[in-house]
Design a protein around this ligand. Structure first.
Ligand SMILES: *Cc1c(COP(=O)(O)O)cnc(C)c1O
Length: 381
């Protein structure tokens, strides 16, 4: 038998009908503890729900199948996953190289929390392998890469960066939140660990905060699994169930997000108020060729800069109706935001500061003509 395709895995991996009842959808196992058949007589290894829960385990199986990794773990948030990962693979005195436009929360975790515990970091332009190599130290344990990045949609070549990491004895971690495994599978390109904020496309309906790690190497997977339990930032059974429910439609959602985003980009490129459009699907985007090579579509995130500066950017954000002014991304509904004042405000004054004339769209799966009409009225003075 050939191995099942992505959508088949998304619907079935880890999600057999319940053997006891035949229920086609896995139950939410809302239990903290499990009856033992005699002391230590565990059924299926279940003992306590921080350590193991059947609903969360099903999500682990599904995520590992989708990212093609050995081990997947579900966390209470993306940042909880990142914290557990960094404190598993790094020790005080170690060093992390990260993209200069990493997610603001990732930068804050390194610069405000883990730096206090002796972890050092260097922001670089990840699209320049020489700069990455130059930033590497004997103590570098991790290259942290987000591609496409948030909110500038920069593209990093995963294969090249994995080679640089491995030459220097470091791990390549890829935050795959923007692409999702439907569009990009970093572990198959040499990355060691994939990070997700499942809050975004994997959850897909703006109703669950969660995170995930997926490891390629089973040994590293075991260490992460140990700390998943020992540090305790696990996903709840209900949150796990919501993400599992959402994974089933990930492929059709990402196809529609990508198609709608392409139409929105075509509209913006021609608009007189727009100075530039940042989208890896545009042939003029500096990372277009690499994106076309390592992604199977360009996704639903679009950023653009306004000719008339910050005031114009703020005005557009406040004048849309269908695009809701809100942080976060990756849900079925379209969102608009001003990164400089909202999601990336914590990066102000740092090397990760974003331009103040920038607007970010999370293009949803509504009828695209309605989205275009909304942007058109918001951008007409
Ligand atoms: C949202 C986000 C995170 C953080 O995830 P939370 O679930 O909010 O903790 C990390 N990386 C990227 C790219 C994100 O968009």
């Amino acid at each position: 038998m050939t191995s099942p395709g992505f959508n088949t895995r998304a619907i079935h991996a880890g999600q057999e009908p319940d053997p006891a009842t035949g229920a086609v959808i896995l139950p939410v196992h809302l239990t903290t503890t499990y009856k033992q058949d005699g002391v230590g007589g565990l059924r299926g290894g279940y003992e306590y729900s921080r350590s193991g829960n059947p609903t969360r385990d099903a999500l682990h199986t599904a995520l590992a199948a989708l990212e093609e990794g050995s081990t997947a773990l579900a966390f209470a948030s993306g940042l909880a996953a990142e914290d557990t990962l960094l404190r598993t693979v790094c020790r005080p005195g170690d060093h992390v190289v990260l993209g200069g436009d990493a997610y603001g929360g990732t930068f804050r975790l390194l610069s405000r929390v883990l730096s206090e515990w002796g972890l050092e970091y260097t922001p670089v332009h990840l699209d320049d392998p020489d700069q990455v190599r130059a930033a590497m130290r004997p103590t570098t344990r991790v290259i942290w890469c987000e591609t496409p990045s948030n909110p500038l949609l920069n593209i990093t070549d995963i294969e090249t960066t994995a080679a640089v990491a491995h030459e220097g004895g470091a791990l390549l971690v890829v935050d795959n939140t923007f692409a999702s495994p439907y569009l990009q599978r970093p572990l198959t390109l040499g990355a060691d660990v994939v990070v997700h904020s499942t809050t975004k496309y994997l959850g897909g309906h703006s109703d669950v905060v969660g995170g995930a790690l997926v490891a390629r190497d089973p040994g590293l997977g075991e260490q992460l699994a140990y700390n998943h339990n020992a540090m305790g930032a696990v996903a709840s059974p209900f949150d796990s169930w919501l993400v599992l429910r959402s994974l089933k439609t990930l492929g059709v959602r990402m196809d529609r997000h990508s198609a709608n985003a392409a139409r929105v980009v075509a509209f913006l490129v021609d608009h007189p108020a727009v100075a530039s459009v940042l989208y890896p699907g545009l042939p003029s985007h500096p990372g277009h060729e690499i994106a076309a090579k390592q992604m199977s579509g360009f996704g639903g995130m679009v950023s653009f800069r306004l000719r008339d500066g910050e005031d114009a950017a703020l005005r557009v954000c406040e004048r849309t109706h269908l695009f809701t002014l809100a942080e976060s991304l990756g849900g079925v509904e379209s969102l608009i935001e001003h990164p400089g004042r909202m999601t990336h405000a914590s990066a102000a004054g740092s090397p990760l500061e974003v331009p103040n004339d920038l607007v970010r769209l999370s293009v949803g799966i509504e009828d695209v003509d309605d989205l275009l009409a909304d942007l058109d009225q918001a951008m007409t003075l």
